[in-house]
Write a protein that binds this ligand. Structure first.
Ligand SMILES: Cc1cc2nc3c(=O)[nH]c(=O)nc-3n(C[C@H](O)[C@H](O)[C@H](O)COP(=O)(O)OP(=O)(O)OC[C@H]3O[C@@H](n4cnc5c(N)ncnc54)[C@H](O)[C@@H]3O)c2cc1C
Ligand code: FES
Length: 352
């Protein structure tokens, strides 16, 4: 299996199994080639970006959360649910078979608990279960806290991972409580209806993933119950636009360290190496790093996916756009490299 060619950012992963989870959701079990294994270490809740061939031969990028856990020894697994009229999800569900190779960007994302020992409240709707299942399994395998999962679906036939969740509940009766919410029986999970189910757990760290209106209802309900906004983490599913796989044009006036008028200096720690570069005012950090030959991670370059997230250790930056990091992430120093511009002369950044 070849390493990605110079400048290419994807790795080729073998599909070893395709599992029909429900009538319209399929899991792909993926094998990482030995030379790429290190790049595919991940945290529970993170996602992969798949490179799919578009109808006109162009590359189409689609993100899929890992439903597997990095703490149980299982292989990488993503789960794709068909979207009516959608290109990528139907392409995957119709075309991908065991033995295929897919081009994939390494794991990314910030929808991940900082402490697996904490008690957690997880709220999922439909295919939003994928990152939430990874967090559930990881907390049970690695942590010591209790996990309550409220999982909303249209009806019984659309519940992805029903058997796996039942087995986990049987294995961990004192730690996992899985509450199924079926719209066919209980109606839509709107805020006032959710209140009784969520109230006992409203003091926990909360992770919510599902359709937009369901996430809004859960957040509205939790805020009314007194959960601080900073404790409510949301993962929004959307389709990337454009070709995120092409190497970007180098940024002007960027390069290795040296005095450049009006430029800041940035020291970046990534993959165990520390590099220094000049950071021109108004230029996104990601552009500076890529132009300096640093293999910094990214996907959308629009401030929407969190693949480029890094942390400010010293100095100050501002983000031009941010559609993904929440108040808690920002308070902890996380920024999007594709949107970060410098405010101080010296800035230190880490990707660890
Ligand atoms: C971090 C992240 C994690 C994700 N994880 C998962 C996951 O685990 N599982 C999962 O199933 N999905 C996941 N997604 C969503 C996934 O990336 C795709 O967005 C989803 O599969 C739909 O893609 P699609 O190509 O099928 O639909 P698209 O082709 O993008 O279409 C989406 C919708 O828009 C409509 N549409 C498309 N083009 C037009 C147009 N020109 N005019 C009007 N309407 C149009 C379509 O009819 C469809 O209803 C995730 C997304 C993100 C960002
Ligand atoms: S690359 Fe998507 S937010 Fe920066």
């Amino acid at each position: 299996m070849p390493e990605p060619t110079a400048g290419a950012r994807t790795h080729r992963l073998r599909v070893v199994e395709v599992i029909a989870e429900t009538a319209d959701a399929y899991s792909l079990v993926l094998r990482t080639p030995p030379e790429s294994t290190g790049r595919f270490a991940y945290r529970p809740g993170q996602f992969l970006t798949l490179k799919l061939p578009g109808a006109g031969g162009e590359a189409v990028a689609r993100c899929y959360s890992l439903a597997s856990s990095p703490h149980t020894g299982e292989p990488l697994k993503v789960t794709v649910k068909r979207v009516a009229g959608g290109y990528g999800s139907n392409w995957v569900c119709d075309r991908v078979v065991a033995g295929d190779e897919l081009e994939v960007l390494p794991p990314a994302g910030t929808f991940t608990p900082s402490d697996l020992d904490a008690d957690l409240l997880l709220v999922a709707g439909g295919s939003g279960i994928t990152p939430v299942l990874s967090i559930t399994k990881s907390a049970l395998a690695r942590g010591g806290g209790r996990v309550t999962l409220l999982y909303a679906n249209r009806d019984e036939t659309s519940v992805i991972f029903r058997d796996e969740l039942r087995e986990l509940s049987e294995e961990h009766p004192d730690r996992l409580l899985a509450i199924h919410w079926l719209e066919s029986l209980q109606g839509l999970p709107v805020a006032d209806r959710l209140s009784a189910a969520l109230a006992p757990y409203a003091d926990r760290e909360v992770f919510v993933c599902g359709p937009g209106p369901m996430m809004d209802s859960a957040e509205q309900c939790l805020r009314a119950l007194g959960t601080p906004g900073g404790r409510i983490h949301r993962e929004r599913f959307f389709s990337l636009s454009g070709d995120v796989f092409d190497a970007p044009a180098p940024a002007p006036a960027a390069g290795e360290c040296g005095p450049v008028e009006g430029g800041s200096t940035v020291e970046v720690e990534l993959d165990g190496e520390t590099r220094t570069a000049v950071w021109p005012p108004g230029t996104p950090l990601l552009d500076v790093l890529l132009a300096a030959g640093v293999e910094a991670p990214y996907s959308c370059r629009e401030g929407a996916c969190s693949a480029c997230t890094c942390r400010v250790v010293a100095g100050e930056v501002k983000m031009l756009r941010n559609e993904i990091l929440d108040d808690q992430d920002i308070a902890e120093g996380y920024v999007l490299a594709c949107q970060a511009v410098p405010l101080t002369d010296e800035v230190e950044i880490t990707y660890s």
